[in-house]
Structures are given as structure tokens and as C-alpha cells.
Ligand binder design. Structure first.
Ligand SMILES: [Zn+2]
Length: 191
């Protein structure tokens, strides 16, 4: 059976760059990948893009979309999909993750999901929680804390330079107000 992966990291951990590199490796070998991004991510505009300037076209998944149906539609067009790659998976729903799990089971196609594990409010995102429960393989994409050289484990939200710990866990604002931090600097940012 093909595996379901959850590759999680903080903001600025180059998750999208990692996704695009993986897609590029498949395509170099003449293999077909299907890229998905949540429609809720209004920055995406149907593309997965990186701060480093790379971008690739992706299928936008709305809250009401059935991921399995999207996959089947692409299977009809291309006969075979070798890998499904999902960006910003934390903005998807629990049902989407269940459907992604089904793709690995029914079609023997690996699914690699990239996203945040925990919100700035210290809550597990619904989709991330489901992935922690269902994935075959968990992998941390690492980066360092903004304020020191410890590994970043949390996402700090700053508004006008002040830390914010409450609100809607899924905040669609620009990522520039989020910083990758260790727990010490999450609790006590150097502002
Ligand atoms: Zn730190």
C-alpha cells in the first residue's frame, strides 16, 4: 500500500520549496504529479509558490470539494498519477484528509502533505490532527528560531510588533506577521 506522509514545519521552513523540489524530481523522470492547495489560501491563485521564486500550477480544493473526485478526474485525463502533493494542508478539513488516505488505499498512490502542525493559539489544526492520527510517516521540516539558534517549533503571531495568542487559528492574513520560534521565544518574544 502506498503511504500517506505528513511533512510538518513552522512558517519559513521552506515547506513549499520542498514540495516543488519533490514534484520536479518526479517530473524529471517523466512521472505525473497532482498538486493541490486549499482554496481558502487566497494568496495561492491556483499556484503553489515559494519565497525563493518558484511556482507550479495546483488544483484548488474548496471546503466542499471531494479530493477523491478531483483525483479521479485527473486519473481520467492522465491514466496514472504517480504522486499527490498537498500544500498548506492545515487549511483543509478532516474529511479531505480522510479522502487523501483513501487515495493511498484504493489507488496505491502516495500522498505527501505539507503544512503547519500547530496554530499561534497552540491548537492543532483539524487537518493536521487527523494527519497525526492517520499518516504512515511523519517528518519534521526544520528551521531555526527567529530570535536564537534553537529549532523552531511554534508560530508566533505579531500584530504591530506585539504577540497575539488568541483568535481564529486559521488566519488568512499575510505570512509576514508570523515568525518561526522556539517555545521559549514563543512565550517570551524579544520584541
Ligand atoms: Zn528561540
Amino acid at each position: 500500500m502506498a503511504k500517506l506522509f505528513f511533512k510538518y514545519g513552522t512558517v519559513f521552513s521552506a515547506k513549499s520549496l520542498n514540495l516543488i523540489a519533490t514534484a520536479h524530481n518526479y517530473e524529471t523522470q517523466g512521472k505525473k504529479v497532482l498538486l493541490m492547495i486549499p482554496g481558502m489560501d487566497t494568496r495561492s491563485d491556483g499556484y503553489i509558490s515559494t519565497r525563493a521564486g518558484f511556482k507550479m500550477e495546483a488544483e484548488m480544493i474548496q471546503d466542499t470539494s471531494n479530493v477523491l473526485e478531483v483525483f479521479k478526474k485527473h486519473m481520467k485525463q492522465h491514466e496514472k498519477i504517480d504522486c499527490v502533493l498537498v500544500d498548506e494542508v492545515q487549511m483543509m478539513t478532516k474529511e479531505h484528509v480522510n479522502q487523501l488516505r483513501e487515495i493511498t488505499l484504493t489507488y496505491n498512490t502516495p500522498v505527501i502533505c505539507y503544512g503547519l502542525r500547530v496554530s499561534y493559539t497552540l491548537e492543532l489544526f483539524e487537518a493536521s490532527k487527523q494527519l497525526l492520527a492517520l499518516a504512515d510517516k511523519l517528518e519534521e521540516i526544520k528551521t531555526v528560531c527567529w530570535y536564537c539558534n534553537s529549532k523552531a517549533t511554534h508560530n508566533l503571531k505579531l500584530v504591530d510588533g506585539k504577540p497575539v495568542y488568541e483568535g481564529n487559528p486559521i488566519d488568512i492574513g499575510g505570512l509576514e506577521k508570523y515568525l518561526p520560534v522556539c517555545y521559549k521565544h514563543f512565550a517570551h518574544p524579544l520584541t
